[in-house]
Design a protein around this ligand. Structure first.
Ligand SMILES: [Fe+2]
Length: 610
């Protein structure tokens, strides 16, 4: 009897953030987003590179696959789009003409298209969008059973769902439908405050603590009819996404007293107040939904996925004030994670394979599921571009990097397999000293080319988290926000209390100011040695030098660019920015030793940095 492994390829594509994932006998072998390879942020095209990477990581071709899964049902989604646009003609018809032909060509023929691109004739299955999200939240979680909650912009028709995961299967009990969508409400304010829909939501969340919630009542009075159980209706009179090409309409603009902020213009106190208001409403909805899910399911554990589950401020609140004992959030909570969800759904539901749970440990391997690069490959690249580099043994390399950080240098850290999902978790990260009062402004402006208000996140040794933050749980994926420990906070003086909005930015809030947000919160990543040994040992070395077991961790990219994937991407980003030193596997590069950089592309224009 042969022991041929069962191989399942999951694909998410043609909407947001395409991705692929490979399971071998139920275990996650590889997962990656297409944007990392094509260098187009949020690339939604067929994930040819991500699929090729997954097959290579498994050492297989598509002929070896047991099944291919697609993360949603294109026909249902097309039906929703057709219904929306034609139902709201004539304005809607204009949008249909713009969106329609692409849908007909690319999306309606998904199966035929996928088969020809994959050169694959075997079994192909399609899951529903929120089922894929729910599967990605439950199956890799560390729980035998749990309640599931998914929230996003929209899939086919559903915009939120909840249910229960037990043993080998999940069951969705209830859904909320288009056009009533928490994700789209948040996106409407993202658009209105002058940020990009689908990627600027993070900025709105980061801006919220600078504002006052003075529009909350207006939102409840006019935009959203929220019920106690967390279900709601949105008043479509105020939104543009049903019949136009924008998120908000004239009536919305009149209600909030003016047109949308022009992107890249100065942020006003009003923008911050709008951000704060929609964030407060979003947290209210999330909390009510969580309470209902708890009442209906009676579960102690909650698993979250869908784009709204990236709202780590809301997640932190659910954990602190909500009814559940434990929370687990899929790190690739957006649509990329659907590739993983559908593959696992096929493994457990379709192939009826049992699920093995290790208590206290999830199946995501720290989300380090992307490509890694060998020393020889890295060195060949460095030689080819004439870089000056030093090869170091592991311990001296960690000591040198930690010393550089302690000396307020900014270090690019490229180590092992790339992360799956939107956060850099110590494989493709830029690191700094959180104790430095200058670090936040310096990293925002000179490295990331982005708004000065954007907060940075701390990575902290798991064993030390409760000495520095008001939390004592695992947060390996940086999806929970918690306050900096009370005794480390620096209260504001009487004069500082008079400051408003962004003027507050330069007031140090704690003894780790670079990662302490204006409201004393921090988006924490806990680092465990068994999952991230190199990153853990680096932070431990930094602690030995400074007494501080925390570093600033921001993703390795500039604004508008996907996180770096290859040594070449990392080296290019290093040379274009003010990163002081780069650790690429076992190699160390100092900026001061490098030959002059010859730019070949108009990259600032490409990433819209001018
Ligand atoms: Fe989604």
């Amino acid at each position: 009897m042969g022991t041929k492994p069962q191989l399942i390829l999951g694909i998410s594509a043609f909407y947001h953030d395409s991705a692929a994932c490979l399971l071998r006998d139920g275990e996650i072998v590889a997962a990656a987003q297409e944007e990392r390879f094509t260098r187009k942020k949020g690339d939604a095209s067929y994930p040819a590179n991500a699929v090729a990477y997954c097959l290579k990581a498994g050492g297989i071709t598509t002929r070896d696959l047991t099944a291919v899964g697609f993360y949603d049902k294109p026909i249902l989604k097309f039906e929703r789009i057709l219904d929306t646009y034609l139902g709201t003609a004539p304005g809607g018809f204009r949008q249909f003409l713009m969106a329609g032909p692409l849908w007909v060509k690319e999306k309606l023929f998904t199966e035929r298209d996928l088969r020809s691109k994959l050169d694959y004739e075997g079994e192909m299955l399609f899951a529903e969008h929120h089922e894929s999200h729910a599967a990605s939240a439950f199956f890799p979680s560390p729980f035998e059973e749990a309640a599931l909650l998914t929230m996003d912009g929209v899939g086919e028709w559903a915009t939120a769902s909840f249910g229960v995961g037990k043993g080998d299967d999940i069951e969705l009990l209830k859904e909320l439908f288009w056009p009533d969508s928490l994700g789209l409400l948040y996106s409407a304010f993202t658009y209105y405050t002058g940020f990009k829909v689908n990627s600027g939501e993070y900025k709105v969340m980061g801006l919220a603590p600078y504002g006052e919630p003075r529009f909350v009542q207006l939102i409840y009075d006019h935009l959203i009819d929220l019920r106690d159980d967390g279900s709601f209706r949105l008043n479509q009179d105020y939104f543009g996404y049903l019949d136009g090409l924008t998120m908000t309409n004239e009536k919305f603009h009149r209600l909030f007293g003016g047109p949308p902020r022009v992107p890249e213009t100065k942020l006003s106190q009003r923008d911050m107040d709008l951000a704060r208001s929609v964030q407060d409403v979003c947290e209210d909805v999330m909390m009510r939904m969580a309470r209902t899910v708890h009442t209906v399911t009676g579960q102690e554990n909650l698993c979250l996925a869908g784009g709204v589950a990236l709202n780590c401020v809301g997640n932190g609140k659910i954990l602190r004030d909500g009814p559940f004992k434990r929370l687990w959030i899929q790190p690739a909570a957006g649509d990329a994670g659907g590739a993983l969800g559908v593959a696992q759904l096929i493994w457990h539901r379709h192939l009826k394979q049992p699920r093995k749970v290790t208590p206290g440990r999830d199946a995501m391997r720290g989300a380090y599921l992307g490509p890694a690069f060998g020393d020889a490959e890295i060195e060949a690249y460095l030689k080819s571009v004439g870089a000056v580099y030093h090869r170091l043994e592991r311990q001296p390399l960690l000591e040198t990097a930690a010393k550089l950080l302690a000396d307020e240098k900014i270090v690019g850290w490229f180590n092992g397999r790339m992360e799956f999902g939107p956060r850099a978790l110590g494989s493709r990260s830029i690191l700094g000293d959180p104790r430095s009062p200058r670090m936040q402004a310096q990293m925002n402006i000179k490295i990331k080319f982005r708004e000065g208000f954007r907060p940075f996140a701390p990575s902290v040794l798991r064993e030390r988290v409760c000495d520095w933050f008001e939390m004592d749980v695992d947060s390996p994926y940086m999806l929970l926000v918690a306050p900096v420990k009370k005794e480390r906070q620096i209260p504001m003086t009487v004069d500082q209390r008079k400051l408003w909005g962004l003027d507050l930015l330069n007031v140090p809030r704690s003894d780790i100011p670079a990662v302490t947000h204006i409201d004393y919160s921090a988006r924490v990543q806990t680092v465990s040695r068994d999952v991230s040994p190199d990153y853990y040992d680096l932070i431990a070395q930094f602690e030995r030098l400074t007494g501080c077991p925390v570093v600033v961790n921001t993703s390795f990219n500039v604004r508008g660019e996907p996180i770096v994937c290859s040594p070449g991407d990392a080296h290019t980003c290093f040379m274009r920015t003010h990163i002081d030193a780069l650790v690429l596997g076992p190699f160390l590069l100092h900026k001061s030793e490098q030959p002059a950089w010859k730019e070949t592309q108009n990259w600032k224009q490409e990433f819209q940095l001018d």
